[in-house]
Design a protein around this ligand. Structure first.
Ligand SMILES: Nc1ncnc2c1ncn2[C@@H]1O[C@H](COP(=O)(O)OP(=O)(O)OP(=O)(O)O)[C@@H](O)[C@H]1O
Length: 356
């Protein structure tokens, strides 16, 4: 048997979507930028002044697992929209590979790409993109019409997804008769109607009021639970990213700064940029006990209550503060560590820490 070498860069073969070394460079002779290490190494301003080019996506590699909600987050101009459009080649990547369900998307011709975009991917946009002269039900079934499905089939499917997104009773209204939140529900229903493998969201809730926005986020969490679709979700809003994302890719100037779960970004920021980004997060709502458990001291009693490592600090606070012994963090019968008032207060009330 050949020895198996472990390459940390080797990506998961079960990935639904696998991206390797992806670049999108805008500007003259853009192709040379990824190829030439001297140019590829330049920062944004230097690259622009030397070549007139902007690298909107810079050497990104990541996998998206089936059923995952993969969030792409970053400030305005960090390359999120360009990245999500490169995934289906709505924007043509400059370099790198895109493998979807084992198929090399960069080798696909225009016809195949159109078929894939129609059947495998659906996109939800910030400005809804609804057809103003079509009723809700006809907007939702539009993609099915293009696919050539029969009228009764289209109606049946459209009604199913209209019910699913909470739009029942509004089928015969026109988009302008709906609030922004309701219009985006139509956008969601339209995306779901095609029964795609991947839903791509480009800042879908940015134009909505904060309350409606939160409601729509909850709606996406519910839909994901019910339909289990893979989602790639672009946002510049950290709380949205933390609420929705199984994993979050934080981008800056086209490059990846950190890829991880929300609690990894908050608990172990890769650098000062990430630390600053997550600074105002309510840590107790994001961090789990595994992040704050410590080794027991030699004389400490180990007969306190037990909690699992994935319990949120917020949920554990009362129990820990009320217990007269350290709470044990236990996974599958193994003691991972203990937590006392001090660890809890360091997260929920950092300014009180010194008084404990
Ligand atoms: N067609 C284009 N030609 C030249 N530069 C472009 C083009 N499209 C995008 N860019 C540049 O690429 C960078 C990334 O843009 P992109 O729109 O992907 O960022 P973003 O993170 O989605 O920002 P926003 O949240 O504001 O939409 C920006 O500097 C932008 O100016």
């Amino acid at each position: 048997m050949t020895a198996q070498l472990e390459y940390p860069e080797v990506q998961d073969s079960n990935a639904l979507l696998s991206i390797q070394g992806l670049w999108k460079v805008f500007g003259p002779k853009s192709q040379r930028v990824p190829r030439r290490p001297d140019l590829a190494a330049l920062d944004r301003a230097a690259l622009y002044s030397r070549t007139g080019c902007t690298a909107a996506v810079r050497d990104l590699s990541f996998d998206v697992a089936p059923g995952e909600v993969f969030v792409v987050m970053g400030l305005s101009g960090s390359g999120k929209s360009t990245l999500v459009r490169c995934l289906t080649r709505l924007i043509e990547p400059t370099a790198g590979s895109l493998i979807f369900e084992g198929e090399d998307l960069r080798a696909a011709d225009e016809k195949r790409l159109r078929a894939l975009r129609r059947s495998k991917f659906s996109m939800v946009f910030q400005h809804f993109g609804l057809l103003p002269h079509r009723k809700v039900i006809d907007n939702v079934s539009y993609g099915l019409e293009i696919r050539g499905e029969s009228r009764p089939d289209r109606r049946r499917r459209a009604q199913e997804v209209i019910d699913l997104v909470g739009l029942a009773g509004n089928e015969h209204l026109y988009p302008e008769q709906l609030s922004g939140g309701m219009q985006q529900r139509v956008g969601l229903a339209r995306a779901l109607a095609n029964d795609p493998d991947v839903l791509l969201f480009d800042e879908p809730f940015s134009a909505l009021d904060p309350l409606i926005r939160r409601e729509m986020q909850t709606e996406v969490v519910r839909l994901h639970r019910e339909v289990g679709k893979t989602m790639v979700f672009v946002t510049h809003d950290l709380s949205e990213a933390l609420k929705l994302g199984d994993r979050i890719l934080l981008m800056r100037d086209g490059a990846a700064v950190q890829l991880g779960t929300g609690d990894e970004l908050v608990g172990a920021p890769a650098d000062d940029y990430v630390r600053e980004f997550v600074r105002d997060v309510q840590r107790a709502d994001v961090l789990t006990l595994r992040w704050i458990a410590r080794a027991p001291r030699p004389d400490e009693p180990l007969d306190g209550p037990e909690l699992g490592p994935d319990v949120l600090v917020r949920e554990a606070t009362r129990l820990v503060l009320e217990a007269d012994r350290p709470v044990k963090v236990v996974s599958n019968g193994t003691l991972l560590g203990v937590i006392d008032d001090e660890e809890i207060l360091a997260v929920v009330a950092p300014s009180h820490k010194k008084h404990v």
